[in-house]
Design a binder for this molecule. Structure first.
Ligand SMILES: *Cc1c(COP(=O)(O)O)cnc(C)c1O
Length: 353
């Protein structure tokens, strides 16, 4: 398959690195590729960033057959550009696709196309501390058809957005709301897919949490509503005594790459780490007996997000005195240092451009 490249006639003015927010500025070019049953995936191309023309009946608009990914390109002190575990993102994209009947892509080809796009857009990778170029690959159903079935045609695209430091006011703990009234995913569902509908389904509970002054929702399992699953777009870790605990991947939890990075580093550092079922009752009890040391989330956007307060069943607990714990700090620093090339890559995670 031959990748064609069409350059934009006019380039946008790059934003000020120091003032970047999240997800509203896009670069000059994007990657596109189409699928139909006769040709398979075909016509891969890098072209000027532009709207996607769609019939109002396009299936993705009605039935949400869409998957996406999120990863970042980082600029090192020497000016080089590097990706963090991108192969895992394309692998997970294919896994998400399989769960909602989207045909798989060639992962190596997609990574190569992304690298070529990044070469063209290299000036868009910011260099201010903690900034990066956020990468959003997505696949959407394109048939103009109103019946409910898997689409025959698809569009795969990759867009890029320079993003600022996640913690603009410093690395501060967030407040988390544990919801009993809503569930995110259930056994046999598509909770482990990064698919559009999961996020639509999370909005109402998130809105309720915001109204109570909480940043994010912590989801319990969809059947017994006892076991902890994950936070909006982050996996979750608990430090109880000297053990690091995260919920087992059960099929309803997104298999986070940052989650895996934390677990792998913890094992390298000989920390006690367990992937197991953990109930909200166990967490509340651990807090009551003084054994709950820290809670933090893990995800590409924030890397590590310390939790300072948890609200469950009208009961509010303060975790780690509402301050950033040593474990959260250690993982945040270690992972960021690897991503920005300040520390050695311990596991073949870095992909240079
Ligand atoms: C993307 C995502 C995560 C985190 O995954 P990373 O690969 O670490 O970015 C966790 N939970 C949900 C629901 C997500 O969408």
């Amino acid at each position: 398959m031959q990748l064609t490249i069409t350059k934009a006639d006019q380039l946008k003015t790059n934003p000020d690195d120091a003032k970047l927010g999240f997800g509203s500025i896009f670069t000059d070019h994007m990657f596109n590729m189409d699928y139909n049953p006769q040709d398979g995936w075909h016509n891969p191309r890098i072209e000027p960033y532009a709207p996607i023309d769609m019939d109002p009946a396009t299936m993705v608009l009605h039935y949400g057959q869409a998957v996406f990914e999120g990863l970042k390109a980082f600029r090192t002190d020497s000016g080089a550009i590097q990706l963090f575990r991108p192969k895992d993102n394309f692998k997970r994209l294919n896994n998400s696709s399989r769960l909602i009947c989207i045909p798989g892509i060639d992962e190596a080809f997609a990574l190569d196309a992304l690298k070529q796009l990044l070469v063209i857009e290299k000036n868009w990778v910011p260099s201010a501390p903690e900034t990066s170029l956020y990468i959003r690959p997505a696949i959407i159903a394109m048939d103009p058809f109103l019946g409910v079935r898997a689409s025959d045609t698809y569009r795969f695209f990759i867009i890029l957005s320079p993003v600022g430091a996640y913690y603009a006011e410093g690395f501060n703990p967030v407040k988390i709301w544990v919801t009993k009234n809503h569930v995110r995913a259930v056994r046999g569902g598509v909770g482990e897919a990064k698919t559009a509908g999961n996020y639509a389904a999370s909005l109402y509970a998130a809105d309720q949490a915001h109204k109570q002054g909480y940043t994010q929702v912590l989801w319990l399992d969809g059947i017994e509503q006892q076991y902890i699953e994950e936070v909006g777009a982050m996996n979750i870790f608990f430090v109880i005594d000297d053990e690091l605990i995260t919920p087992l991947l059960s099929g309803s939890i997104l298999s986070g790459i940052t989650r895996d990075t934390v677990i792998t580093l913890a094992k390298m550092w000989n920390l006690k780490v367990a992937e197991r079922k953990i109930s909200i009752a166990e967490v509340m009890e651990a807090h009551a007996s003084g054994k709950l040391k820290e809670i933090f989330g893990s995800g590409t956007a924030a890397v590590i997000s310390p939790v300072g307060e948890l609200n469950y069943n009208e009961k509010v607990i303060t975790v780690g005195g509402g301050k950033v714990g040593p474990m959260a700090n250690k993982f945040y620093k270690a992972i960021s240092d690897i991503q920005y090339g300040k520390a050695e890559d311990p596991a073949g995670w870095i992909e240079p451009i």
